[in-house]
Design a protein around this ligand. Structure first.
Ligand code: FMN
Length: 329
């Protein structure tokens, strides 16, 4: 396993990612995974009326199309979040668009919602064997206008709600131009009202979460708290990647375009999580994500008020053993 991880480090990030997930899938399908990997024990948690096998899940982006649900589920995560998925398939930004910095425990990505479209994901949701919680993260196509983007979210919600355990409305990717403008007062109100209306029309019972950026002002977060409180949304996922590179030790990396994740994001994302919990008097359930690299950073999220925790960069950099390492402690 360690040699394999070393080889992956030498390959371009997107190739390494695909190779790692395909290797995991082969081990799963040939039933050999159990010889390489010991699943952590369950520690059930209730969140949004759902039972999660434990508090640690995958963050969106790791399995954008739901192609690896069964094998990722076999690693003992408490839940998986697939997506971001958009109505139409799209290529995303030009390559190279993912950069790993092992010495900083960080990734910078500017993928831009590359995905195979919502219908492909839906097929995978319908055929999965994994019986744990699977959330679906939805977004908007790059070419959609501001108004069309609201429709994009509605269309994805309508398509997946019967097959998702929860749905995440992602307004916080920094790599789709103007997407983060959904944090603004007029836009967030318009989007949430439109989603609320759809929820009522279709009598959707699937919990909805709003995934926000760590780069917002306090005023903007205050507004979002108020909008979420009054809406049919269950809670918030805090946070997506940051465009603020000042926490990187190597100043040469600060000019690289894209969203920063991993250890340098930990403080900023946990501060946002803590702020939401305090400001809302603990009324808004929050899933914490950003910079979880070990059991200490995992516990920091819980102490800040996180009901569940997600991980992406830590899993890529440290490999599957991080799941049991975190859950054992
Ligand atoms: C390569 C890469 C792709 C990502 N893609 C998505 C995505 O499609 N949708 C999304 O909501 N977040 C996406 N994220 C953000 C993660 O879900 C997570 O919020 C962020 O990376 C912080 O967690 P981490 O420090 O554990 O990586 C992506 C992150 C990375 C590194």
């Amino acid at each position: 396993m360690i040699t394999f991880l070393k080889i992956l480090r030498l390959l371009p990030p997107e190739i390494a990612h695909g190779l790692a997930l395909n290797a995991l899938n082969i081990l799963y399908r040939t039933r050999l995974l159990r010889f390489f990997y010991v699943k952590p024990k369950a520690n059930p948690q209730i969140f949004a009326g759902l039972t999660f096998q434990n508090m640690l899940g995958t963050a969106a982006g790791l399995d954008k199309n739901g192609d690896y649900i069964d094998c990722l589920g076999e690693l003992g995560f408490g839940f998986l979040e697939v997506g971001t998925v958009t109505p139409e398939k799209q290529y995303g930004n030009s390559k190279p668009r993912v950069f790993r910095y092992f010495e900083e425990n960080a990734i910078i990505n500017k993928l831009g919602f590359n995905n195979k479209g919502v219908d492909h994901l839906l097929k995978n949701l319908k055929s999965k064997k994994y019986d744990g919680i699977v959330g679906v993260n939805v977004g908007a196509n790059k070419w959609s206008s501001e108004k069309e983007r609201v429709q994009d979210y509605l269309l994805c919600i309508e398509k997946v709600y019967k097959h998702a355990d929860y749905i995440t409305v992602n307004i916080s990717s920094p790599n789709t131009p103007k997407l983060r403008e959904f944090h603004n007062e007029k836009n967030i109100t318009g989007l949430v009202d439109a989603i609320d209306l759809k929820v009522s029309e279709l009598n959707i019972q699937t919990p909805l979460l709003l995934k926000i950026s760590p780069d917002e002002s306090k005023e903007s977060i205050d507004r979002i708290i108020e909008v979420v409180k009054k809406s049919k949304f269950t809670g918030i996922i805090a946070t997506n990647t940051t465009i603020d590179k000042s926490s990187l030790s190597n100043s040469k990396l600060r000019d690289i375009d894209g969203g920063l994740s991993g250890e340098p994001l930990l403080k900023k994302s946990t501060d946002t999580l803590r702020y939401i919990k305090n400001k809302s008097d603990n009324q808004i359930p929050v899933i914490g994500v950003g910079g979880v690299m070990d059991s200490q950073s995992f516990n920091e999220k819980i102490q800040a008020g996180s009901s569940l925790v997600q991980i992406y960069t830590g899993f890529v950099i440290k490999g599957p053993s991080i799941v049991s390492e975190i859950l054992r402690n």
